[in-house]
Unconditional design. Structure first.
Length: 319
C-alpha cells in the first residue's frame, strides 16, 4: 500500500463478508471493530452459532459488537467510540440509519454482489443466474439511505458460466469482492476514488428467495427451469413431487422432447427426462428426503421412476 492504512470498522455476517474482512486485514488496514448479527440457532441441535464474520474476528483478536438494531445512541455507542475512518459493509443484514451513515470520516461503503443498478436488493446472485444474465460482478458503493442506491465507487465484472450455481458464483464473487474492497480502500486512502451516480435506466430488484419459489412449474420452458435449478443451489433447492415424495433436482440439461408438462419421457442412468412447457429437461442429479444428492443412476437404484409417470409442482420438503 502506498497510502497510510485506514482505521476501518466492518459490518458483515456470512461467509461472503468474512472473505472481504480477511482481504482487508491482509492489506494491512486496522480493523478497530466488527459488527455482525447476533448468534443464531443452527445445525441439527439448533445450537447458538456465531457468524463466519464473528468467528474470523475473534480468531484475529478484533473487538466484536452484535447489536439487534442500530437505532439508538446506546446501540451505536461502540461504533461511535472506535471513531473509524470508514465503515465497510458486506451482507450485514441490518439497515443503517442516517446517524450511522454520518459517523465515519469517509462514510460507509458497501460491497454489493451485482453490477449496479442491476439487482439491487437481497438476492443478487440468485436472481442473476435465474434471469440468464451473461455477467455479474461486484460494485463498491457509497451508502446512502436508499436500498443499494448510492453512488458507485468501483465495479468489477465476471462472466456467469453455463454451469454456475449460486454456490459457485458466490465463491467467485466473494474473492472478487475482497480484491475490489482492497483496491477501493487504497484509492480512498489516497484521495483518488471518484463517485459515479447510478443511472436511472436498468434498475432491477433482487427480491429475497422464498421457499415457495423452489417448487418447479413444469409448464415453464426447460431453459428457465434449468436456470432456476442452478439459482436455487444450495438454497432452497428446486423441488417437485412424484408419488407424494418431494424430489430435489440439483442438476439438469435442456434436451429435445415434448409431452404434458411434468411427464417422464425417458429413464436412464444418464438422467430422467421430463417434459416441460417448451422442450424437456434431463435431470442428472437428484435427492429425496433423508438421502444425499445422487447421480441419476444411483438415485434410480433406490427410487423407481417409470416412463409416463408425472411430476407435480412440489412443496419444499426437507431432503
Amino acid at each position: 500500500m502506498t497510502a497510510a492504512p485506514l482505521r476501518v470498522a466492518f459490518a458483515g455476517t456470512p461467509e461472503f463478508a468474512a472473505r472481504a474482512l480477511e482481504a482487508i486485514l491482509a492489506a494491512g488496514h486496522e480493523v478497530a471493530l466488527v459488527l455482525t448479527q447476533p448468534d443464531r440457532p443452527a445445525g441439527r441441535g439448533m445450537k447458538l452459532t456465531p457468524s463466519p464474520v464473528k468467528q474470523l474476528a475473534l480468531a484475529r483478536g478484533i473487538a466484536v459488537d452484535q447489536p439487534e438494531k442500530l437505532r439508538t445512541e446506546a446501540q451505536r455507542a461502540r461504533l461511535a467510540a472506535c471513531a473509524p475512518d470508514v465503515l465497510v459493509v458486506a451482507a450485514y443484514g441490518l439497515i443503517l440509519p442516517p446517524a450511522v451513515l454520518a459517523l465515519p470520516r469517509l462514510g460507509c461503503i458497501n460491497i454489493h454482489a451485482s453490477l449496479l443498478p442491476r439487482w439491487r436488493g437481497a438476492a443478487p446472485i440468485h436472481r442473476a443466474i435465474e434471469a440468464g444474465d451473461a455477467e455479474t460482478g461486484i460494485t463498491i458503493m457509497q451508502m446512502d439511505e436508499g436500498l443499494d442506491t448510492g453512488a458507485m465507487l468501483l465495479r468489477r465484472a465476471t462472466p456467469i458460466l453455463p454451469a454456475d450455481t449460486t454456490a459457485s458464483l458466490h465463491d467467485r464473487l466473494a474473492v472478487l469482492g475482497g480484491e475490489a474492497i482492497v483496491d477501493a480502500l487504497a484509492a480512498l486512502a489516497g484521495g483518488g476514488l471518484a463517485a459515479t451516480p447510478q443511472p436511472a435506466a436498468g434498475v432491477t430488484y433482487a427480491a429475497k428467495i422464498g421457499r415457495a419459489e423452489a417448487a418447479i412449474d413444469w409448464r415453464r420452458p426447460a431453459l428457465e427451469i434449468e436456470r432456476a435449478i442452478r439459482a436455487f443451489d444450495p438454497f432452497p433447492g428446486a423441488v417437485s413431487t412424484l408419488r407424494d415424495t418431494p424430489v430435489k433436482c440439483w442438476s439438469a440439461t435442456v434436451v429435445d422432447g415434448a409431452g404434458a408438462p411434468g411427464t417422464v419421457l425417458a429413464v436412464a442412468d444418464a438422467g430422467i427426462t421430463v417434459a416441460c412447457g417448451r422442450d424437456a429437461l434431463r435431470v442428472t442429479v437428484l435427492q429425496r428426503p433423508g438421502s444425499k444428492r445422487l447421480p441419476a443412476g444411483e438415485f434410480l437404484r433406490g427410487f423407481t421412476v417409470s416412463v409416463g409417470e408425472r411430476f407435480a409442482s412440489g412443496e419444499a420438503g426437507a431432503a
